[in-house]
Design a protein around this ligand. Sequence first.
Ligand SMILES: Cc1cc2nc3c(=O)[nH]c(=O)nc-3n(C[C@H](O)[C@H](O)[C@H](O)COP(=O)(O)O)c2cc1C
Length: 430
Amino acid sequence: MNNHPLELSRAAQAIRREVSGPRADGNGEIPRLRFAPRGTTGEDDGGTWPVLRLGPLQAPAPVMAAPMAGVTNRPFRLLCREFGRGLFVTEMVTARALILGHPATRQLVSHDPSEAPRSIQLYGLEPAAVAAAAALIRRENLADHIDLNFGCPVPKVTRQGGGAALPWKLGLFREIVGRAVAAATPIPLTVKLRSGIDEQHLTFLEAGLAAESEGAAALTLHARTAAQHYSGRADWSHIAFLKDTVKSIPVLGNGDIFEADDAAAMLTETGCDGVVVGRGLLGRPWLFADLQALFDRRAERLRPNLRFVLDVVKRHALGLVEFTGSEERGLRELRRHMSWYLKGYRVGGPERAAAHRLSSLQDLDRLAVALDPETPYPGRVAEMPRGRGGSARRPRLPNGWLDSNQLTPAHRIALAEAERAADNAAIDGG
Ligand SMILES: Cc1cc2nc3c(=O)[nH]c(=O)nc-3n(C[C@H](O)[C@H](O)[C@H](O)COP(=O)(O)O)c2cc1C
């Protein structure tokens, strides 16, 4: 059934030429395709959007807010939910931290009573630990959906054989997914993948097929390799390829959706069943309004002036103060969002600097007074890529990791040690 990853790599390149030809337009723009998504139900003059089902759970819309460490906590998810429907995933927590019951981890997976459905993202390296965490979520009714993260490219994670390095060891990957699915049932469990370790070691097809056969309810593919980190463009042909290969569960596409039209283009070009939006939401939770409009077939898009932005910022601040239990900590957390919120708006240097020094709600009020609320929407610049970018780098891996798809006894021991060390949730999940 499974080809060697090198063959997958060649096949992926052939598909890429076929599928992503229209995107290679030389100036980095994604052409706006006529709306005609595949694999859909219902009808409309231009086609319909997919209905996304995760096992027993029907998603409110075929869109998921990507798990983002340090961002998609309860206050941010609540803001996004105000603007549109979808699935909203917690930031990643490690299986071990959840099992140990650390208060900070408990807080990260906590939901507001108004949140439905609830989605938690888990990360782990050992089948028993991940299964125990999934069982805990089910037993304590902490979520309606669990997402497993196999996409992290961070060196300290891949160096241990975790994150995006792990699906290369297909047997281990299969065992983690299979045991977690069994422990989570009836809660649907989805799997988030990257394309692979690098172009020579693509893993998404074999891992996707393995997850499907182990009972995963859906797959998300961030169509970049770990080597790419966040650089370059996501290769949507991988999403199309996965969608054409995996027959019985939905495939969600992820990578480089910065506006609603990008979501339409991804659904159209790749035939995927739903989209996952990450960096496009940074400082722009109202992108969910545009996505909602897209799925409701409304042409209007939110183009807020600064008054609107400041109102959202204020509510984000209040949410963070409540969430962190301290005005100072809440405002400190808010600081990292401020350059995203203000991106493109005509705001002077001193005000931008003040935005990065916020430490009280009064500071925020002072900043709001110093800004002109009628400052208009800046246009295209607000819809450009934001958040992480950077350059490609060779992934750090355990010695001899790429020699074989089998796990050596030494690697097994190293993974068990890494699992034990992953006792806090502070791994930068990406
Ligand atoms: C700040 C930040 C934190 C992230 N944290 C996580 C995480 O905890 N778990 C995860 O699976 N992916 C994480 N990611 C990756 C995103 O979920 C997503 O896959 C990636 O950003 C690509 O989607 P985008 O192009 O829409 O941003 C993170 C990304 C960013 C920018």
